[in-house]
Write a protein that binds this ligand. Structure first.
Ligand SMILES: [Zn+2]
Length: 963
């Protein structure tokens, strides 16, 4: 059956791929295929989802589509496939106007297994009523009182803990009034209970149709083979047509408007007001408009010397908003400019400052070098194969997806060179940028939001929910009560049913390679330097690493502050603004970081790394930036430091609830692992008093002098070390760049000296286990329990890795997510950190969750599990080991493994141990290591008035010394 017709084919050299476009004339279904030689084969199916209310229908449908389908009528096939597949990526995402179901794998058999499951899930889901109750929302009786429960309901309570969520939605909704963007696409927990099961079924029927669908694929696979599957499994059954759904355009305004906007705040201090200006702009599918807005943001805000950012940072009040710049998440783009950290009287001054600066730039323009650097960054991004979790091809496909759904030309997402060339010519004209700014000023569709911090934001929402429930409770008839009780019983019975997964395809331990994934050979160090040759697609990398393992624990927070602030301070004769502009012109990427690993003897290795990367044509610039930034770093701009510290402390405070799970994970792990202990000290609970004290220091000249002296001392500590230099690039590029670095002033003198090797001894660890309830205001909890465990190389390590997967799949998912309502329930073994943990994410419960952890521990040691369950757990571990990395990522990993003492033999032993693991081995390892007495517990609690299960309460806000 051949239905798709090819409409175009283009080779894109920068992507090393050919983009083929197809359409099925009957239904109008689109297929875009990216033919390339990558290790991964990727696929996605997507639909426009344009709800007109905030009841979360698109998001809950996404959850339900993955909960069982006609051909695969098993419970949670998506979660089952996570363990029956060697997929390197499996996900489903609901955006403001679309839903996408992507996956990637390296194995062709696995690809077609997953394709079958994904096609059936999206086009023919069961949309079972009981799954709707579990994943969406339901009424329950909690201690006799009516309450809400449900996975998405709790997931969204967690999502809105971030003040940026309320800020963004509070601006987008009025600006896009009358369109799908005015509703909360993920679902507002106060509106979710308005959604019925029937409404959800209707939404699926009207939105998940072949005529709406966009299929995308990538890899060493024939497009026709994929199309044949789509034709037989989908098109043959649904060959009618329906008009395509495209999000409506928002109406332009005659004149700017204003509003007051309340956002959640832990304390609502009088310096937490803000001002946001938002303009409605052209369509993001128009490439010239899209990149022009990108350039507008780069010219106004791109570096510390850019006029608008400089004006806001040196205003003497407040700081730039974290939401500034281009927002291309909707069909029409939005441009945001704003300030935060204001007192109420400063709000008007902020508006005047922004508008007067725009007026000035509309007359004066910006240096063309700034715009050229922005163009260079766009070309760097086009070549960049580094991926943060999402495979490269999928990332490009997800970028192309909105263009397809908005009726644009997807080729612009794969090949932007023609557009960039057109802009190269335009930016040379000084009138071009001035014109962009003038158009912004003249645009009447502008919303001014006066942002008000609201400490009662969540309590008010909780009160609304409680009042609503009380009214509903009072109005319930006996029949209503009986139905709710019956629903709960039916759901519990449904959740307890054994799932027959035999219908689902799977990959067996015997199907995967017995050998570890090969990693590149690490070249020998020569004169403290090593060079990698990597297929980098024309990007070159350099890194200078300073071993600070000998530093004192009291210095660690200061070292962390040093790496945070250094890139935002001056260099030599240049002040911070000039330095940032200088660096921006030279390289697309410059970073300073603090990294930790464990040396083979178990001691903590602490390193400060300076890295830069750029196009291969710019080797000299990479070497210059690294050398000069290190050699000429300066720590005398105290006013700038005060500004940066204020921003750092405020971000830390407003992010407390959002980062709640990280605080809990670090607090529970710190007593067990030197790696977690280090992280906890610099970013966890113990860092809060440091930040509180830092904020006070930043308020006086004497305090700032002290900070400046400490940072200078850290710099002296760093530069006293002889660094190891690493370079990487295509062909001889790594070697060429290495020669330039060796000759650069910061490294020339040290090249002959021996590097300082981490000298600390393996620490004797005797810290008391944690037992903490960490509190900041929010609507959900995150619970963690952890144990010390052996590291990789120990004979029990493979069994612990498999045990974590088995516990997660066979016990925790059901108890914590399906029944408990938490968004996630996990077990995890860290072979590097030497730790085993169980945890929840966005959890409505606490004491009951810890009881479930204890029950899971008992079950894993005593209950029976099938061979199939153990095999699935084995496949889950192997999947993690075999995930392909970018060529540069591979080189860095090989180097890290070598320095951690993890040889090919150790990796082989671990892999063999995993592949041959048995239930008996799992029980033995779990009984040996996960003893109740050794457990360390920490939870983040959004509401401290409930049962804390004996955890000692710590008020995070008070700890930061902010009251
Ligand atoms: Zn979700």
């Amino acid at each position: 059956m051949q239905s798709f017709e090819k409409t175009s084919s283009h080779h894109v050299a920068a992507l090393q791929a050919t983009i083929e476009q197809y359409v099925d004339p009957q239904s109008g279904a689109r297929h875009i295929h990216m033919a390339n030689d990558a290790a991964e084969i990727a696929f996605l199916v997507a639909f426009p989802t344009v709800p007109d209310r905030s009841d979360g229908r698109a998001h809950i449908l996404e959850h339900l589509a993955l909960s069982g389908s006609e051909r695969f009528p098993v419970r949670a096939p998506f979660f089952s496939m996570l363990r029956r597949s060697t997929a390197t990526f499996m996900n489903a995402m609901t955006y403001a106007d679309r839903t996408a179901y992507p996956f990637a794998t390296t194995d062709e058999q696995d690809f077609f297994n997953l394709l079958d499951v994904y096609l059936d899930a999206s086009f023919f889901p069961q949309l079972n009523y009981l799954d709707f109750l579990q994943e969406g929302w339901r009424h329950v009786f909690d201690g006799g009182k009516l309450a809400y429960q449900g996975v998405v309901f709790n997931e969204m309570k967690g999502a809105i803990a971030d003040p940026m969520y309320a800020l963004h939605h509070g601006i987008i909704a009025p600006l896009f009034a009358g369109t799908t963007y005015a509703s909360a696409s993920g679902g507002d927990p106060l509106a979710i209970p308005e959604l019925t099961h029937a409404m959800l079924q209707d939404f699926h029927a009207s939105h998940y149709h072949p005529s709406q669908a966009v299929f995308m694929s990538a890899g060493r696979i024939d497009a026709a083979t994929i199309q044949a599957r789509i034709a037989t499994q989908v098109l043959a059954r649904r060959n009618d047509t329906a008009p395509r759904r495209t999000p409506a355009l928002a109406a332009a305004w005659d004149a700017p408007r204003e509003q007051a906007l309340r956002i959640p705040s832990q304390q609502a201090r009088d310096d937490e007001y803000g001002l946001q200006l938002a303009w409605l702009l052209g369509e993001m599918a128009d490439p010239l408009a899209y990149y022009s807005v990108h350039l507008l943001a780069a010219g106004l805000l791109g570096d510390a010397g850019a006029p608008l950012r400089a004006a806001m940072e040196s205003a003497g009040f407040g700081r730039p908003s974290r939401m500034n710049g281009q927002d291309a998440g909707m069909r029409q783009m939005v441009f945001h400019l704003g300030m935060e950290g204001l007192t109420q009287p400063e709000v008007d001054a902020a508006q005047a400052l922004i508008l007067s600066t725009l007026e000035r730039v509309a007359v004066e323009g910006v240096p063309v070098a700034t715009l050229r650097a922005a163009m260079r960054d766009l070309r760097y991004q086009q070549r960049n194969t580094e991926s943060s979790g999402t495979p490269f091809a999928l990332r490009r496909m997800l970028q192309a997806l909105p263009l397809s759904l908005y009726g644009g030309d997807v080729m612009h997402a794969f090949d932007n060179e023609a557009t960039l060339a057109a802009l190269d010519a335009r930016i040379a004209d000084p009138g071009f940028f001035k014109g962009l700014v003038r158009a912004l000023l003249d645009n009447p569709t502008r919303l001014t939001s006066r942002v008000i911090p609201d400490a009662d934001y969540f309590t008010a929402r909780a009160a609304t929910e409680t009042a609503r429930l009380a009214a509903q409770d009072a109005a319930l008839s006996d029949a209503d009560r009986a139905r709710i009780t019956q629903d709960s019983a039916d759901l519990a019975a449904h959740q307890a049913l054994p799932t027959d997964k035999t219908l689902l395809p799977r990959i067996l331990p015997g199907d995967v390679s017995a050998q570890p994934r090969p990693v590149p050979t690490v070249p020998a160090l020569a004169g403290n330097a090593l060079q990698f040759t990597v297929a980098s697609n024309g990007i070159s990398y350099a890194r200078a690493v300073y071993d600070l393992s000998h530093s004192a624990p009291a210095d660690w927070p200061w070292l962390d502050l040093y790496v945070d602030l250094l890139p935002d301070l001056g260099v030599g004769d240049r002040d911070f603004a000039a330095a940032d502009a200088w660096r921006q012109v030279l390289v697309p990427s410059f970073r300073v970081g603090l990294d930790t690993t464990l040396a083979p003897n178990g001691s903590l290795r602490i390193e400060v790394g300076f890295s830069a990367s750029g196009l291969r044509e710019e080797h000299a610039a990479i070497a210059e930036v690294l050398s000069t930034s290190i050699l000429d770093a300066r720590f005398d701009e105290t006013e700038r430091m005060a500004f940066l510290i204020e921003r750092l402390v405020q971000n830390k405070l407003s992010g407390l609830a959002k980062a709640g799970r990280d605080y809990a994970l670090l607090a529970a792990g710190a007593p067990l692992s030197p790696l977690r202990d280090f992280q906890n000290r610099i970013t966890g609970t113990p860092s809060l008093p440091f930040y509180g004290a830092l904020k006070k220091l930043a308020q006086t000249p004497e305090g700032l002098a002290h900070v400046a002296a400490r940072l200078a001392a850290m710099h002296a500590l760093v530069t006293a070390v002889v660094p190891t230099r690493m370079t990487a690039g295509a062909g001889d590029d790594g070697a060429t760049l290495a020669q330039m670095l060796a000759a650069a002033p910061a490294f020339a003198a040290a090249s002959a000296a021996a590097p300082v090797v981490g000298a600390s001894e393996a620490p004797a660890r005797a810290m008391a286990a944690a037992n903490l309830a960490l509190h900041a205001t929010g609507q959900v909890n995150h619970c963690v329990i952890a144990w010390p465990a052996p590291r990789v190389g120990h004979p029990d390590a493979p069994a612990l890795a498999v045990a974590a997967e088995l516990m997660g799949a066979a016990l925790l998912h059901q108890a914590l997510r399906e029944k408990g309502g938490a968004y996630g329930g996990f077990a995890s073994y860290s072979s590097e950190g030497g730790m085993f943990s169980m945890s929840t994410f966005r959890d409505p419960r606490l004491a009951a969750t810890y009881a479930d952890f204890a029950a899971a521990l008992h079950a894993i040691a005593h209950d029976d599990f099938s061979d199939e369950q153990v095999e699935e757990a084995i496949i889950s571990v192997i999947k993690g080991l075999d995930k392909p990395l970018s060529p540069y990522g591979d080189a860095i990993t090989a180097w890290q493994l070598q320095r951690r003492g993890i040889t090919m033999e150790v990796r082989q032993q671990f892999r063999t141990g995993v592949l041959t693991c048995t239930l008996a081995r799992i029980r033995e390892a779990v009984t040996t290591w996960l003893t109740p007495g050794a457990a360390s517990r920490a939870a983040f609690v959004g509401d401290a008035s409930g049962d804390l299960d004996g955890l000692a309460l710590v008020d995070l806000v008070a700890l930061a010394g902010q009251e």
